[in-house]
Design a protein around this ligand. Structure first.
Ligand code: SAM
Length: 210
C-alpha cells in the first residue's frame, strides 16, 4: 500500500475539501502515519472517511473529526494541553505537533500502553500519558491552556472547567448517546460561553464526573 498517497488524498478530499483551512493543521495530517495507530486488520482502511475499532469497544475517530477538533483548539505552539480519551494516540500526535506539551488520560490500560509505545516509536518527547479517570482531570499538572475531550458527555465535567486556564478553550462532544454536538467552551473573565459547531457521534465518556 502506498500510504503516503492515501494520506495526501485523505487530506485533500476529507479535510481541505471540507472546512479544514488551517495550513498548519493540514500539514500535520499529511505527516502523521495514521495506519500505525489502527489494528493490523484495519491498516488498509486507515485513511478512509470513517472511524475504526481499536479494541475495548472503542474507536479511532474519523480523520475529519480529529482534524476539526485540532483546528478548533487554535494551537500556536506554546500551549499546555490536556486530552481526555487517548484511544489510539492519533489525536495525541496531532496535538503534540502543534502544542508545547500534551497530557493525555485513557481509562483502558492496554490502549494507553499501546498509544504510548507508538508515540515513543515515532519520536514524540512532549507527551505524557496515564491510565485513569479523565473526568477528574490531572490536578498536579493544572492549569491547562486547552482541554480536549474525545468522548461524549451530557455536560462538561466541572473539574475540567476548573483546570482550564482563564482565558482558555475546551472542546467536547455534548449530548445524548447517539447524537451529540461538538462544542467549544470559551473561558474568559471567569465566564464560560458555549459555541456549537456541528453534530457528531462519539463513544461515551465514562467516569466519576461524566
Ligand atoms: N482521539 C482518539 C483517537 O485518535 O484514537 C479516539 C478516542 S475514542 C473516540 C474515546 C476514548 O475515550 C476511548 O479510548 C475511551 O476509552 C476513552 N474514555 C472514555 N471515558 C474516559 C475517561 N473518563 N477517562 C479517560 N478516557 C476515557
Amino acid at each position: 500500500m502506498d500510504y503516503e498517497t492515501l494520506r495526501e488524498r485523505m487530506v485533500a478530499e476529507q479535510l481541505a475539501g471540507r472546512d479544514i483551512t488551517d495550513e498548519k493543521v493540514l500539514d500535520v495530517f499529511k505527516k502523521i502515519p495514521r495506519h500505525l495507530f489502527v489494528p493490523a486488520a484495519f491498516e488498509k482502511n486507515a485513511y478512509a472517511d470513517y472511524p475504526l475499532p481499536i479494541g475495548e469497544e472503542q474507536t479511532i475517530s474519523q480523520p475529519y473529526i480529529v482534524a476539526l477538533m485540532t483546528q478548533l483548539l487554535r494551537l500556536t505552539g506554546k500551549e499546555k494541553v490536556l486530552e481526555i480519551g487517548t484511544g489510539s494516540g492519533y489525536q495525541t500526535a496531532a496535538l503534540a505537533e502543534l502544542a508545547r506539551e500534551v497530557y493525555s488520560i485513557e481509562r483502558f490500560e492496554d490502549l494507553a500502553v499501546n498509544a504510548k509505545n507508538i508515540l515513543a516509536k515515532l519520536g514524540y518527547t512532549n507527551i505524557k500519558i496515564k491510565t485513569g479517570d479523565g473526568t477528574l482531570g490531572w490536578a498536579e499538572q493544572a492549569p491547562f491552556d486547552r482541554i480536549i475531550v474525545t468522548a461524549a458527555a451530557g455536560a462538561i465535567p466541572k473539574t475540567l472547567l476548573e483546570q482550564l486556564k482563564d482565558p482558555g478553550l475546551l472542546v467536547i462532544p455534548l449530548g445524548e448517546t447517539f447524537s451529540q454536538v461538538l462544542t467549544v467552551a470559551h473561558k474568559s473573565n471567569n465566564k464560560i460561553d458555549l459555541e456549537r459547531i456541528c453534530g457528531c457521534v462519539f463513544v461515551p465518556l465514562v467516569g466519576k464526573h461524566a
